[in-house]
Design a protein around this ligand. Structure first.
Ligand code: ADP
Ligand code: MG
Length: 701
């Protein structure tokens, strides 16, 4: 327990390190407070004098909490966060300082942007970019610095970060959803926000063993490792009781997150040994995105304190489930309505079905965009590998809701229970028991009662891209619906016609069965013609198709140039990741693995020779030495081939050709090499093998 939390209950210290709305109300003059609220709601710039007052109050508050520095905190296209700290000190008189923080410093920063990926949007001679305060996400104190959440742009105005498009997409969705709400007679709501609750999976391994594995240290995943005798097959870990060491970690983690105002709520063991999950209470999507970044960072930091290492990689261990991040998503009005809650009047039900149909249509039309929002080298190991949804996007709505939709399509009544029926627009939707929503968890995009759960994201990814895409495609469909209905003379009839048409045209995307099965793959691809973008290089070009560019430009979420830049950054990242992995493999083989096998082989030969000198046959030793000899020969040869291929990769044209080469040639060769090394591991004494085994890593915490 830290000083702050000692003896206090959670309610007393929750958010104590956040410059929250409450703190602002307490510390700012009323007129200033009101200006900040207006800025938050309308996105208008703060007057300079007012910004000075806010900055000063922030500084005083932060200094009371031990802060000496401030930093603009932003989310470049690397997918992780960036920060540069400046002290509050300003020289004052001889050898003295005063602490200052101006409105100008609060509102705008000018980090050297040249070292962040820009996808060619900014060359180094115009290196400056700027960061701009996002007043909708609260500033906070961490590690003696005041953190100010900001957006990050180039000087010519192109966005270079993940926050700006998300904020734009939220505005766009709100605007279009309001048009629909007005059609249903809602005159009070002025803002629709998208809400997100990301469930975060992670592994904990002992730091001591982590440090002994160059592959984990450098790439975040094991590049070699024979299958342990026991993996997850006994299914005894999921929801199992939490070991003391892990429980202590989780307790510390919760406390740190709570101090930062993050609603960490649920924690449990996951399917794989040493795998766990943390889920927060949902909040507005851009805050959820900021909080998820902080959560990942703090998960790692607290682990070190406990002698552990937190692995956020999507696939740290082959043959064992990897980690994902379920993105629970909904929309709610500022008058308190969850738009994906069916509601309990016929009118609300109709409104719900309208939003539902818009989402179904959006997912069908823009499935490739959703797929690419989860694309990364790490996540390629999971999607479609029987542990996460396939790379094919489909929508689960459950059999009851499918029944309702079918009845709507056919103009019949939906029958349920003992001769009960439901007619759209006339009756109230039956209460669907919650456990009929998707419990098999194999659907990539599942309706779970009052929200959709997008399950393709990888554990290490930022949630911003996914949510930017979901918001924008839903906005597009709502816009189309509103365009069609706003001039209607007979709203109810025209709406029904529109919904029926939508269902007819887009029901192929609805699939309630087992998404992991072979039959589904077959049906999805060959019968329903749904796109199957198996790997990252297959998915990323979808960003810049004419259809995608038209969508994002229509709503000014991304320009074509920004989309091209993003695609380039992601493709380049993909190639770099595989390049680093391949080089790490080569290094490990030559410097650690081969020398260890040689030593072991020598031991065996020595033993054999001693035996034979005493007239005892050494057939086992001979056998084993011959086997190891042939394995080492294989390792040696395949490593040389891998090296050649890595060198040849440098010759490939940047972007897509290079990414494809890394996938088809380099990665394939890495798999070949891994196979022989893993086989060798099972034939060598554990004392000599230079890397802690899977059993040690997975079962020692
Ligand atoms: P499960 O593992 O059964 O899916 P969890 O409790 O682990 O459920 O996670 C559910 C997540 O969904 C939580 O983060 C929760 O806050 C979030 N959630 C619930 N309602 C909404 C909503 N309306 N909008 C967004 N997220 C939501
Ligand atoms: Mg969960």
């Amino acid at each position: 327990m830290s000083e702050i939390t000692n003896g206090k209950n959670v309610a007393e210290f929750f958010g104590c390190n956040v410059f929250s709305d409450r703190v602002m109300r307490e510390r700012l003059p009323k007129t200033v407070y009101k200006s900040v609220q207006r800025t938050k709601q309308l996105g208008i710039a703060l007057d300079k004098d007012i910004a000075d007052v806010v900055a000063n109050a922030m500084k005083d508050w932060a200094v009371e909490r031990g802060a000496t520095h401030y930093t603009h905190w932003f989310q470049p296209m690397t997918g992780v966060t960036a920060e540069k700290h400046d002290a509050f000190i300003n020289p004052h008189g001889k050898g003295e300082v005063i602490l200052e923080f101006s409105g100008k410093e609060l509102v705008k920063g000018e980090p050297d942007a040249s070292s962040f990926p820009s996808g060619g949007l900014r060359s180094t001679f115009e290196a400056r970019g700027y960061t701009a305060w996002d007043p909708t996400s609260c500033a906070f104190v961490k590690d003696n610095s005041l953190y100010i959440p900001t957006a990050f742009c180039s000087y010519t105005g192109e966005i270079l970060d993940k926050k700006t498009p998300l904020l734009r997409s939220m505005d766009v969705l709100s605007e279009q959803a309001l048009r629909i709400l007005r059609l249903f007679g809602n005159t009070t709501c002025t803002r629709v926000t998208t809400t997100v609750g990301p469930e975060q999976e992670y592994f904990l391994v002992d730091k001591k063993y982590f440090d002994q594995r160059e592959d984990l240290v450098i790439t975040g995943r094991t590049l070699f490792g024979a299958k342990p005798p026991k993996g997850q097959e006994l299914e005894d870990h999921y929801y199992g009781n939490i070991k003391q060491r892990v429980s202590d970690y989780m307790k510390d983690l919760d406390e740190e997150l709570w101090k930062l105002g993050i609603y960490a709520k649920t924690k449990h063991n996951e399917v794989a040994p040493s795998q766990h999950e943390l889920a927060p209470v949902f909040t507005t999507s851009n805050i959820a995105a900021d909080h998820n970044q902080l959560t990942m960072e703090i998960m790692k930091k607290i682990a070190i304190k406990h002698g552990l290492y937190c692995l956020l990689h999507e696939k740290p261990f082959a043959g064992v489930n990897g980690s994902g991040k379920h993105n629970n998503w909904s929309m709610s009005t500022n008058d308190g309505q969850n738009l994906l809650d069916p509601g309990d009047t016929p009118q609300n039900n109709l409104q719900f079905l309208t939003f539902l149909c818009a989402i179904i249509k959006g997912v069908h039309e823009y499935a490739p965009l959703l797929r690419l929002s989860a694309a990364s080298a790490g996540n390629d190991h999971r999607l479609g590998a029987n542990e996460a949804p396939p790379a094919i996007v489909s929508v689960f709505i459950g059999s009851e809701l499918e029944g309702v939709i079918e009845a709507l399509e056919n103009g019949t009544k939906y029958s349920y229970g003992d001769n009960k029926t439901f007619e759209i627009g006339v009756d109230v939707l039956p209460d669907f028991p919650k456990d009929t929503t998707d419990r098999n968890r194999t659907s990539p995009f599942a309706f779970t009662g009052n929200k959709f759960e997008f399950r393709m994201l990888g554990s290490a990814d930022s949630i911003s891209c996914t949510n930017t895409i979901i918001n924008t495609i839903v906005a597009e469909e709502l816009c189309q619906f509103a365009d069609e209905l706003e001039n209607s003379q007979n709203f109810k009839k025209d709406l029904k016609d529109l919904l029926v048409k939508t269902i007819k045209e887009h029901k192929q995307i609805i699939y309630n069965g087992n998404g992991y099965s072979e039959e589904w793959l077959e049906e999805a691809v060959n019968v329903r013609h749904l796109p199957n973008l198996v790997s990252t290089p297959d998915a990323l070009p979808e960003y810049i198709t004419p259809k995608s560019v038209a969508l994002f430009e229509k709503f000014r979420v991304y320009s074509e140039l920004e989309l091209k830049a993003r695609t380039e950054v992601l493709l380049e990242n993909y190639s770099k990741v595989i390049n680093i992995e391949a080089l790490t493999m080569i290094d490990l083989v030559r410097k650690k693995i081969l020398p260890a096998v040689f030593r072991y082989t020598k031991d065996i030969c020595d033993t054999g020779a001693s035996k034979e000198a005493m007239g005892i046959t050494a057939s086992v030793e001979k056998d084993l030495a011959a086997k190891l000899s042939s394995l080492t020969e294989g390792i040696y040869k395949e490593t040389a081939v891998l090296e050649e291929k890595v060198i040849a990769a440098q010759e490939q044209e940047c972007g897509l050709p290079s990414a494809r080469y890394y996938r088809d040639v380099v990665f394939a060769q890495m798999q070949t090499l891994r196979c022989i090394v893993d086989e060798t591991e099972t034939n060598v004494s554990e004392d000599i093998w230079p890397l802690p085994s899977y059993t040690t890593l997975l079962f020692s915490v």
